[in-house]
Design a protein around this ligand. Sequence first.
Ligand SMILES: CC(C)(COP(=O)(O)OP(=O)(O)OC[C@H]1O[C@@H](n2cnc3c(N)ncnc32)[C@H](O)[C@@H]1OP(=O)(O)O)[C@@H](O)C(=O)NCCC(=O)NCCS
Length: 131
Amino acid sequence: MRDASWYTAIHPSATISPLGTSIGAGTVIAAQAVINPFAQVGEHCIINTHAVVEHDNKIGSYSHISVGAQLAGAVIIGDKTWIGIGATVKEGLSICGDCMVGAGATVVHHITEPGTYVGCPAKPLQRHRGN
Ligand SMILES: CC(C)(COP(=O)(O)OP(=O)(O)OC[C@H]1O[C@@H](n2cnc3c(N)ncnc32)[C@H](O)[C@@H]1OP(=O)(O)O)[C@@H](O)C(=O)NCCC(=O)NCCS
């Protein structure tokens, strides 16, 4: 098997604290994103434009923090979870892997079951249009 290595791309305008942060291989940090002290970002993530990853966050691999999303301090995000554009996660909460948090949602409780969550406060998505 061939060995593969991955480039970690960090936009020059991103702010990444030198204090205890780690960024995994293959992760992209976009323009104006902020990663604060002791935050750990896994492999193959996207921390998108203007996203804020506060102190002591732990973000699993293959996760995407969309444009302008804000994770307060000590938030834990599992693998393969997508936090939608402009969403907010309150401090100290955990969101498990394989979740989608919709655009503009505000997460105020732990999320322990994979699924799609929307609204303020964020709740499991309910579909009303014939499916
Ligand atoms: C949550 C999301 C994944 C749902 O997508 P979907 O499965 O295609 O859902 P639908 O568009 O069919 O909507 C289903 C229902 O949820 C509602 N809904 C969808 N997204 C919502 C959101 N973000 N907040 C509140 N309600 C939402 C719809 O109004 C609809 O309700 P209705 O049946 O009463 O009309 C999507 O709407 C979303 O928010 N994506 C985020 C995109 C994003 O952040 N892009 C950024 C890239 S940087």
